[in-house]
Design a protein around this ligand. Sequence first.
Ligand SMILES: Cc1cc2nc3c(=O)[nH]c(=O)nc-3n(C[C@H](O)[C@H](O)[C@H](O)COP(=O)(O)OP(=O)(O)OC[C@H]3O[C@@H](n4cnc5c(N)ncnc54)[C@H](O)[C@@H]3O)c2cc1C
Length: 315
Amino acid sequence: MTRTLVIGAGMAGIACARALNDAGHPVRLIDKGRGIGGRMATRRAETPAGQPLRFDHGAQYVTARDPAFAALLEGSQAAALWADGAAHPHHVGLPGMSGLPRALADGLDVSLGVAATAVSRAGPVWQVTTDATVIEAERVVLTVPAPQVAALIGADHPLTAQLEDVRIAPGLTLMAAFPADAPAPFASRRFEDGPLAFIARDSSKPRRPDGAVTWVAQAGPAWSAAHLEEDTATIACRMLPLLCAEIGAAAESALYVAAHRWRYARVTTPLGQPFLTDATGTLHLGGDWCLAGRVEAAWTSGRAIAADILGDDDA
Ligand SMILES: Cc1cc2nc3c(=O)[nH]c(=O)nc-3n(C[C@H](O)[C@H](O)[C@H](O)COP(=O)(O)OP(=O)(O)OC[C@H]3O[C@@H](n4cnc5c(N)ncnc54)[C@H](O)[C@@H]3O)c2cc1C
């Protein structure tokens, strides 16, 4: 029997599992994705000529307010400062954003490509049904986006009602690469209104592949909601001219173009506390949606859950 099963290997789940593991508490992680990191995601691609490309199509950078989180970033071999001209330090993962959660998960028991489909109580244990098997665990930590919790624990579970007010906006992201001599007018730029919310020149980040100039553009919430159900090829076609207008590149010169749909991208209304736990104290819900739409908030939530579990261990 698994002692604690963490569902979701994004920053919240990994921070929780790391703290449990380091305190000697046995823990296993599962994630439905192919890689570690959730929305700290990096896509590898290549140009038609076979040049490697890397895009951070989820979180672009990490900021730290908690000194413990700042110390983690500063001490990590998998993070470095990005000189994008921002007033506050922007740390990025190495060699891509997903490198940071991957490093934090080093040595943990993680099973990828395993989707939980139901979480239910069977006497004194939890049964987590996955697409492959049923896992029995003493404790379950669920770190999936709040709107996906009800499908796992049930719409009538008392915790589900507590998630009613949490809101996570969708986000559409464009990835585009241009020849090495294409315009590169800035490293990052934020927009207050209009279709685009943020543009980053990913190739200006440390330890990215040499050669092509790579950009990631994030559409704003209204534009993303309006185009959410379109296929990603159409979204890419719509977003490419928006990006090109800002960076002064010719759309026809693009070497690679793709779009990604984040159905749950940025938390707009958080829960307002670091986690939820059920009446037995053996089911915890956490994630960025508890506190704010930032990587640090996910880390804080995961760590707070681990502290709660370890407090029970000591009692
Ligand atoms: C486009 C975009 C840009 C962003 N930019 C920034 C930024 O610049 N700075 C910043 O700090 N934050 C940014 N964020 C937010 C940041 O990425 C998140 O706050 C943080 O990564 C959330 O971590 P998490 O662990 O809570 O959730 P997630 O990273 O979403 O992890 C949840 C995990 O659960 C898994 N999962 C879901 N359902 C199941 C299931 N049924 N079974 C098994 N596994 C499951 C998923 O595969 C996923 O890996 C951005 C997000 C997006 C989408």
